[in-house]
Each structure stands twice: as structure tokens, then as C-alpha cells.
Design a protein around this ligand. Structure first.
Ligand code: FAD
Length: 369
């Protein structure tokens, strides 16, 4: 339907799912391309498709009158110069300062680390924070340390720095192996461990690995620090134990015994893709018998999955075919993948099992008996 006037557009609200406003809008009109928005951008900035209904008749259409937009969460805003929503940029130099900014703005503020998940979400208007708190200026959030039994990786350590770390290569080589399977070098130069695990995206690779390694996340807020096990942190896609005023400042990982076997197996459609399914395994062997086995899965549920039962089935075994098959079945049973561009749910569940089998085999080969 072509609308020549605001009145026509309002009339169209009952029937039309598509309104072409070119005749009435100047080219400066900007739109909100988000599924829960009342309208989304189609081809040119002045063409709107109505996904739901327009606001009630008589309700002011400020997005129309001002050629600004109405953001998906219902707030009225003027946004003319950027693709994401307008925001205030903060660059604190200490964790305390960053937390204070988060406290004063509540839900309207979000930490910014590498920005390689958050900025694309903002461009899609799936996130519209009004305050971005850039953690890049906080020196305390960088670095990797080892106290003998625990390795602490500070949140702003990039994926590239994980790959380059001699300490991790020696004591936790599965981190390097996993980081090398994330995206591509450009993203790994900027994307951080803290952002990857705090994000809550089930497609991210580090969360399942951290569950496999029984890591704990250090969350710092106005009342100080608390440690949350990675296995308890994820509640649903993009929902975690992190409170809006908290920052994930570090990841603490118990060092597995020397000689442990490890593998991260990831099936992806092409280089740089998120996992269709992936499995992380850490195990130890004594005379060919498994003395310890930890398993976690990526992107086959709303959250990363710690496959406790599968690990328990394998502990005490010699990784014989029948026991491995039982463990794989136990791991597959806890998956709940979505059917999407990466394949139907049944396929992705099966691929989780295949990735687990491959990871077990490689981990066993690497383990010193
Ligand atoms: C093309 C492409 C392909 C990718 N492929 C993969 C892949 O295969 N595997 C994979 O794992 N990732 C992949 N990523 C994501 C990438 O690894 C991101 O860098 C990472 O997920 C987020 O880290 P970041 O530092 O960029 O965080 P940001 O994007 O800055 O933040 C992500 C979220 O976490 C919050 N946050 C960030 N840091 C903290 C903190 N310290 N405390 C509390 N909250 C925080 C932010 O507010 C935001 O909500 C891909 C990204 C792109 C663009």
C-alpha cells in the first residue's frame, strides 16, 4: 500500500502489513530493524514494513512527525547519524569507576569489551543500551597469572592473547585449541575471554570449555566480589547470573594434572562460523583406565551443557566401545538444539555425539598413561 499522508498510514494500521511512506517521508527517516519493533527497515531508509500494528489512533507518532525513530523497547528517540541507537560512551580507568557507572544507570548501561558480539547486536537493534561502559582503559582487567593450582585470566585478555600465551600452552593447552576455532584472526585480536563468557550466547565456544574445566567467574559489583562456577552461570540464552551492575573481572581455572588428555572438537559449516555442535573433553588415564573425565557441549541447547553423567560413565572405564557408546548416548540425551540454518535438531544432536566421540579419542591419545 502506498500512503500519501500520515492519515493514510494510520488508516492502514488495521489492514496493511506493508506501508510505503516514500511519498511523505524525507530521505532522512531512520528505522529500527528489530523483530519486536513495530516496523523494520526494508530496502531504503524511507520504506517501512509494519510487523505489528501502528500505535493506537490518536497516540502521537513522534517517529513519523520528527523523522526520528521509535526504538523497539518503546522509548522515543532522535537518531539520525548512526546505525545503532544513540548512546553515551564512558571510558573508566578502574573497575570501581566502571561499577559506579553501571550502578548509576542500571539496565540502561552495558559493559563493552571487544564489541564483537555487542556492536553487531546494537546494529541490529537487538540491544539498545543508552550507556556503553568501555572496559578497555582498565589495566587491572588484563593479564594471565598462575599461583600453582589455579590459573587466573583477567577478563579483557583477548582470544589472540590466549593463543599466544606460553603458560596456557603448557598448562591448559585446550584453551589455545578452542580459541583457534573461534571466528577469524581479526575477531580474535579484539574479542575477549570476558566478553565471550559473559555474553550468554550458546554459540560461543569458551563457556562450554569453562564448564569442562570447572572454572569460576569472578563477578565484581558494588558489594565486592563473588565467584560463580561456570557450571551454574548460564540460565538461558543471554540470561546469566551476572547482575546489571556487575562486571565479570576474571576467570579462575583449576590446573588439570600434568599429562592430562584434552580435545575440543567443533563442527562448523565454514571457517569463522559458530558451531553446529562442539564438544570439550579433559581426561586422565592410569594404565589405560580413565581416572577422571569432564565433558561439556557447545550450541546444542539454550546454554552450554556440562555433561556430568557422560563423564561419570567413562570414569573407571578403558574407553571400550560399549562404554563410549553409553556415554555418547547420555550426552546426546541432554541436548535440546534448535532446528536452524545449521541443520535440524536431530542432526545437531547426532553431531554433538560425533564431536564427543572424536574428542574422547583424541584426548585419550594425548593423555600420558
Ligand atoms: C563474524 C563473527 C564470528 C564469530 N564467531 C565466533 C565463534 O565461532 N565462536 C565464538 O565463541 N565467538 C564468535 N564470535 C564472537 C566473538 O568471539 C566475540 O568477540 C565474543 O563473543 C564477545 O567478546 P567481546 O569481547 O567482543 O564482547 P562484547 O561484544 O564487548 O560484549 C558481549 C556481551 O558481554 C557483555 N560483557 C562484555 N564484557 C563483559 C564483562 N567483562 N563483564 C560483564 N559483561 C561483559 C557485554 O555487555 C555484551 O552484552 C564471532 C563474532 C563475529 C563478529
Amino acid at each position: 500500500m502506498i500512503c500519501d499522508s500520515k492519515t493514510d498510514a494510520i488508516r492502514a494500521r488495521q489492514s496493511a502489513v506493508r506501508v510505503d511512506l516514500r511519498a511523505v517521508c524525507a530521505s532522512s527517516l531512520e528505522c529500527a530493524p528489530h523483530p519486536s519493533a513495530p516496523f523494520v527497515n526494508v530496502n531504503c531508509p524511507a520504506v517501512l514494513r509494519l510487523d505489528t500494528t501502528l500505535p493506537a489512533e490518536g497516540e502521537p507518532l513522534s517517529w513519523f512527525g520528527t523523522l526520528g525513530i521509535r526504538s523497539f523497547c518503546g522509548r522515543q528517540r532522535e537518531e539520525k547519524d548512526v546505525i545503532p541507537g544513540a548512546f553515551t560512551y564512558h571510558r573508566p580507568s578502574s573497575v570501581a569507576e566502571a561499577v559506579a557507572i553501571l550502578v548509576s544507570h542500571g539496565d540502561e548501561a552495558r559493559p563493552l569489551s571487544g564489541g564483537h558480539s555487542l556492536i553487531p547486536m546494537m546494529k541490529l537493534r537487538m540491544a539498545a543500551p543508552e550507556h556503553l561502559v568501555d572496559l578497555g582503559g582498565i589495566a587491572d582487567l588484563k593479564g594471565i597469572t598462575d599461583d600453582g593450582s589455579t590459573i587466573t585470566i583477567r577478563a579483557m585478555t583477548t582470544q589472540h592473547e590466549l593463543i599466544a600465551s606460553d603458560l596456557l600452552a603448557q598448562k591448559l593447552p585446550i584453551i589455545r585449541e578452542t580459541a583457534l576455532l573461534i571466528a577469524d584472526p581479526q575477531i580474535r585480536y579484539v574479542g575477549t575471554l570476558g566478553g565471550n563468557v559473559a555474553n550468554g550466547d550458546p554459540g560461543n565456544d569458551m563457556p562450554a570449555l569453562m564448564q569442562c574445566l570447572d572454572a569460576a567467574y569472578v563477578l565484581t559489583g558494588p558489594d565486592g566480589e563473588r565467584d560463580v562456577p561456570a557450571r551454574d552461570f548460564y540460565e538461558a540464552a543471554y540470561f546469566t547470573a551476572l547482575a546489571p551492575e556487575e562486571i565479570l573481572t576474571a576467570v579462575k581455572i583449576p590446573v588439570p594434572p600434568a599429562g592430562h588428555g584434552y580435545a575440543y572438537e567443533k563442527l562448523k559449516r565454514k571457517v569463522g562460523d559458530y558451531a553446529t555442535a562442539a564438544a570439550a573433553v579433559v581426561l586422565t588415564l592410569d594404565g589405560g583406565t580413565v581416572t577422571f573425565c569432564s565433558i561439556a557441549l557447545t550450541n546444542v541447547s539454550d546454554t552450554p551443557l556440562y555433561a556430568k553423567e557422560a563423564g561419570e560413565i567413562l570414569t573407571g572405564s578403558t574407553l571400550d566401545t560399549a562404554t563410549v557408546a553409553r556415554a555418547v548416548a547420555a550426552a546426546e540425551a541432554i541436548t535440546e538444539p534448535a532446528s536452524d540454518g545449521r541443520g535440524p535438531a536431530e542432526y545437531r544432536t547426532k553431531m554433538a555425539g560425533v564431536m564427543l566421540q572424536k574428542a574422547l579419542s583424541r584426548a585419550a591419545t594425548r593423555a600420558a598413561s
